[in-house]
Every structure is written in structure tokens, then in C-alpha cells.
Design a protein around this ligand. Structure first.
Ligand SMILES: NC(=O)c1ccc[n+]([C@@H]2O[C@H](COP(=O)([O-])OP(=O)(O)OC[C@H]3O[C@@H](n4cnc5c(N)ncnc54)[C@H](O)[C@@H]3O)[C@@H](O)[C@H]2O)c1
Length: 397
């Protein structure tokens, strides 16, 4: 497929690098940038046939099959509307909107027109994340109880991110969108997010938005999902996920300290990894950065989905749900209360269910736990089913 890239900045380059790095059949052939010189430079760097400073021209060019939105957050809606008008499939970077209302309008536009809408949520496609999701879905860790996802770094690279009107917020809209969707995947996208409790503050930078935020999202099945995001973190980019279930645990470190460690006195000038702050001393490079960040797996899913006329793993609807959770997080950070997630369009399961999964020990008791002690004895903690009384049984070694 022939792709038109809207924007020629940071993420546009990452996307084009991922698409052109291997022998792929889907290629960027057109770039739009408001600055013609930037468009020309991008086209020359990636060997593109066309470049323009006119967004409409890029989208409606007859050679173009798919449009990729790599523009600042406040321009996503306008770009989606232009793709819909031209009837071109659209892939939009994260976050889908600045608010759920904005995301819902984009979702509706795309669905009403029948074009394909893919949500470019790369961190739900990292090799480690996909493998862990497979384990969770196969039941390897039992019932999911708690997910935790962290993205922290020293702050973004362009002015518009720091402007609350253009970006829609601060570190939370920028980074928690990833963490929230990671948690939803583990817990199950059919399970309704109910309410959010959030702390956010501006700890370091002279900005109106938050540069640090921590949130808890409660789901209808009793699972809890936690996000931790910051633009104040020093030392690179920290991308970690955890999921704890009734039968197991998974910890993932996607980026920093992934088993590749280098020492240099600083003799070279080389690039280390995204948001790395130094290039001397002990460094933690990333072997294939685009792959570790999920881009190739994401594009394979997106373009195959278009071809196979199916939904991708990450859709515009997912982007809308993430925005609705973020809206509740922003509200909670202000009110300091649990705030409901308002989903006018909910397509998953209804109702609240808490399965505790009590294990019977015998006719009269539940088994709470068993533990081998240092002296070799086995201790069983029991609860009487009728009276609720706790007791213990020791099987001596
Ligand atoms: N992991 C990820 O998925 C990821 C990572 C980084 C950024 N992003 C997203 O990608 C989008 C772009 O971010 P970026 O990091 O590439 O930003 P950037 O500032 O590096 O690039 C933005 C591009 O948009 C252009 N632009 C800026 N203002 C414009 C305007 N008013 N009109 C037309 N063009 C304009 C810039 O010239 C540039 O080409 C954002 O939505 C961001 O959240 C996603």
C-alpha cells in the first residue's frame, strides 16, 4: 500500500524508519509538512516520490491508499475529517483525541464513512507485551487482579506538547494513554472501566499542565489498573509493565536495561536510544529500537487488517475508551475523588461481577493458603465456611 505521512517530525520519522527498514510492501510515498523544506528533507531521507505543504493534496493524491496522522494532538480531528472526506483509510497516532468528546467525533466520522480506522498504539505491540498478553489469555497467571504500567522520561521534544490547549494536558494525556491501553488489554477489553482515582501535579516545569501523574482505574470485574507517568524522570525512558494474577505474575522491562550495557569514555558521538540523556559512562542502548517499541508488529497488524477487511488489534474505538478514562483521571486529579468513567458508547459486557474463586479444602473449610516452613513443615490456613473462623493445620515433616 502507498502511504501519505502527515507531519515530518519525531514520530513520522520513527514510522517511516520502521516501514522502510525491512523489505516491506507497504511504503511511504508522500509526505505533508507545513514547512516545504522539511517535507523535501523528509522525502529525500526516505526516498519518497512526493512531498507537499498542502495537507489536502497529500491525502487526495490518487496514488495514496492509506494516510498516517503524525501531527500534534490538536490537529488529529481535522486530519481525520479530511481523510473521511477523501475516503482514504486512516491510521492515527496516540492519543486519538484530547478529550473523549473529540475522540468520539473522530470514531463516528470514520465508522459512518466505512473507511478503515487504526489506532497506532505501539506499546501494545512490543514483542514482550504481545508474548505476555498471550500468556495472560492462555490463563497462565489465572484471573488478572492488578496491572501496573509506567512510562517516565525527562519530557517531550517539541513546544506544542507543553501547551495544554494544543496537547490536551501534560504527561498524562501524552504517556498514560499507553499505560491505560496496556492495562485494558491485560484485563480484557470487554470489561468495563468503572471509575478512576488520580493524583497529578506540576512538580518541576513552569507549565500549566501536570508533569507527573499516578492513577488507579477500577474495572467491573474487580481488577485494578495503575498508571505511573512523568516528564520529570531523569536517566532515559523507563517503560515497564506488570500484571499480577491469581496464579502468577509477569514483569516486563521494554526499554531501559534490556540486557545491552555499554561503557564509553565519550569518545564517540553516537545516538544511544530515545530520550537517553547522556552518551558517556555506562549506557543502555536498545538493539532494534523500532521493534522493541512495537512499530513493525503494529504496522503488520494494521495493513493486514485493511487487506483482510477486519478490525486491527487497536481501533479508533479503543482510542475513544482511553480518552474517556483520561477524562475521568483529569477530573479526579482536581476533585480528589473517585470519578466515574463516562462512556456514552460502551460495546463490552454490562454489569459488575466479582469472582473470588474460593477453593474448598473439605466440606467445612475453605483453603486460604498453604506454605512450606523453613523446618520442612507444611502449614495450611483454613476458614470455616459457616462461622468464618480462621484456623491452621500443620503437617509435620
Ligand atoms: N509512541 C508513540 O506512539 C508516539 C511517540 C511520539 C509522538 N507521538 C504522537 O505523534 C504526534 C506528533 O508528535 P511528534 O513527536 O512527532 O511531534 P513533532 O513536534 O516532532 O512533530 C510534529 C509535526 O507536525 C508539524 N506541525 C506542528 N504544528 C503544526 C501545525 N499547526 N500545522 C501543521 N503541522 C504542524 C511539525 O512541523 C512536525 O512535522 C502526537 O500526536 C504525539 O502524541 C506518538
Amino acid at each position: 500500500m502507498n502511504i501519505a505521512m502527515l507531519g515530518s517530525g519525531f514520530i513520522a520519522r520513527f514510522y517511516a524508519t520502521s516501514l522502510h527498514a525491512q523489505r516491506r510492501i507497504d511504503r511511504v510515498t508522500m509526505v505533508y509538512s507545513r514547512d516545504k523544506e522539511n517535507a523535501a528533507r523528509f522525502a529525500s531521507d526516505f526516498g519518497l516520490e512526493h512531498f507537499t505543504d498542502n495537507m489536502q493534496e497529500a491525502i487526495s493524491h490518487p496514488d495514496i491508499d492509506v494516510v498516517m496522522i503524525s501531527l500534534p494532538n490538536h490537529l488529529h480531528e481535522e486530519a481525520v475529517a479530511a481523510c473521511v472526506a477523501a475516503k482514504k483509510h486512516v491510521l492515527c497516532t496516540k492519543p486519538l483525541g484530547r478529550t473523549a468528546a473529540e475522540a468520539k467525533r473522530m470514531l463516528q466520522l470514520v465508522e459512518d464513512s466505512g473507511i478503515f480506522g487504526g489506532y497506532l498504539e505501539d506499546l501494545c505491540y512490543t514483542p514482550k507485551f504481545l508474548k505476555s498478553l498471550e500468556s495472560v489469555k492462555s490463563g497462565a497467571i489465572g484471573r488478572v487482579l492488578w496491572t501496573k504500567s509506567r512510562e517516565t522520561h525527562p519530557g517531550p521534544h517539541s513546544d506544542w506538547f507543553w501547551d495544554k490547549e494544543k496537547s490536551g494536558g501534560g504527561a498524562m494525556i501524552d504517556l498514560a494513554c499507553h499505560c491505560i491501553e496496556i492495562g485494558r488489554n491485560y484485563i480484557g477489553k470487554n470489561v468495563k472501566p468503572i471509575e478512576v482515582m488520580c493524583w497529578a501535579d506540576t512538580q518541576v516545569h513552569p507549565i500549566d499542565a501536570e508533569d507527573h501523574g499516578i492513577g488507579l482505574i477500577k474495572y467491573a470485574n474487580g481488577a485494578i489498573s495503575q498508571f505511573e507517568v512523568s516528564w520529570c524522570f531523569r536517566g532515559g525512558m523507563d517503560l515497564r509493565d506488570e500484571v499480577m494474577g491469581s496464579e502468577g505474575t509477569i514483569w516486563i522491562n521494554n526499554f531501559l536495561r534490556t540486557g545491552f550495557e555499554t561503557f564509553t569514555t565519550g569518545a564517540g558521538e553516537g545516538y544511544v536510544a530515545e530520550k537517553a540523556e547522556v552518551n558517556k559512562g555506562w549506557l543502555f542502548p536498545v538493539g532494534d529500537e523500532a521493534h522493541e517499541l512495537g512499530y513493525p508488529n503494529m504496522f503488520t497488524d494494521m495493513f493486514s487488517a485493511i487487506e483482510e477487511n477486519r478490525q486491527p488489534q487497536e481501533t479508533f474505538y479503543d482510542g475513544y475508551v482511553v480518552n474517556a478514562i483520561l477524562d475521568a483521571a483529569y477530573k479526579s486529579a482536581k476533585t480528589k475523588l473517585w470519578e466515574p468513567v463516562i462512556l456514552e458508547d460502551w460495546r463490552g459486557d454490562e454489569g459488575v461481577s466479582y469472582e473470588k474463586g474460593n477453593v474448598s479444602y473439605d466440606a467445612d473449610h475453605f483453603l486460604i493458603k498453604e506454605e512450606k516452613l523453613p523446618n520442612g513443615d507444611l502449614k495450611l490456613i483454613l476458614r470455616n465456611k459457616k462461622t468464618g473462623e480462621m484456623s491452621q493445620k500443620v503437617k509435620y515433616s
